[in-house]
Design a protein around this ligand. Structure first.
Ligand SMILES: [Zn+2]
Length: 212
């Protein structure tokens, strides 16, 4: 299959994902606190997947317009009329990309394929975490167990996506050692299998399985 045809196929896959990401944005924020057990109040911050869905959607909105413009410029030497920011406009830009990509050299079609492929990977990742796996406040070592306190803000704002092995702090004012929102990976100690979090700034914290 030529790269141009593949772009068309990928755009067909991307369209329903856009709708699913939009749906994640519309979800009530209260979902974030499901499963919270006891003496600490949930922070009421939006769930991390809202932010991630918004970021991915924005990237696709912007880059689709840029890709459309660059393909059109290459073929006609003209820039398209500026599109507004709506989802409908993004879909229109994607449809135009699917056509224009047939009129550029294979090398450029491959470039477009690479970009659309990245959109799909990012969209799937957010969708999988947002829909198929919730960020849970519960620590995976046992039902009803509280997550550990966040090592940065010292609140119970740590959320875990067990299957994806990801950890975040949902306290919006919380910053890690790199002044970023704390994110990390859930791992097991190679010494004794105890759960540990490897945070993005390099901090690693191991938790004893019988911690209380
Ligand atoms: Zn924190």
């Amino acid at each position: 299959m030529s790269s141009a045809l593949e772009v068309g196929v990928l755009i067909g896959e991307l369209l329903p994902l856009l709708g699913q990401l939009q749906a994640l944005l519309a979800e009530p924020v209260a979902d974030a606190t499901t499963g919270t057990t006891s003496h600490h109040k949930a922070t009421g911050s939006p769930a991390p997947w809202h932010e991630e869905a918004a970021t991915v959607l924005l990237t696709i909105h912007e880059e689709a317009r840029r890709l459309e413009a660059s393909l059109l410029w290459q073929i006609t030497g003209e820039l398209p009329a500026r599109r507004g920011g709506s989802d409908r406009n993004t879909r229109a830009a994607l449809a135009v990309i699917g056509n224009l990509v047939h009129a550029v050299p294979e090398r450029d079609a491959r470039g477009a394929l690479h970009i659309v492929g990245r959109w799909i990977r990012n969209a799937r990742q957010v969708k999988d975490i947002g829909i198929e796996e919730r960020w849970q406040p519960a620590w995976p070592s046992g039902p009803g167990e509280l997550p550990p306190k966040c090592p940065y803000c010292k609140t119970y704002s740590v959320r875990v996506a067990t299957r994806a092995g990801l950890v975040v702090c949902i306290n919006r004012s919380c910053k890690d050692g790199k002044e970023e929102s704390p994110r990390g990976r859930l791992e097991r100690s190679s010494l004794n299998g105890d759960p540990m979090i490897v945070w993005n700034d390099g901090r690693t914290i191991t938790y004893r399985r019988d911690w209380a």
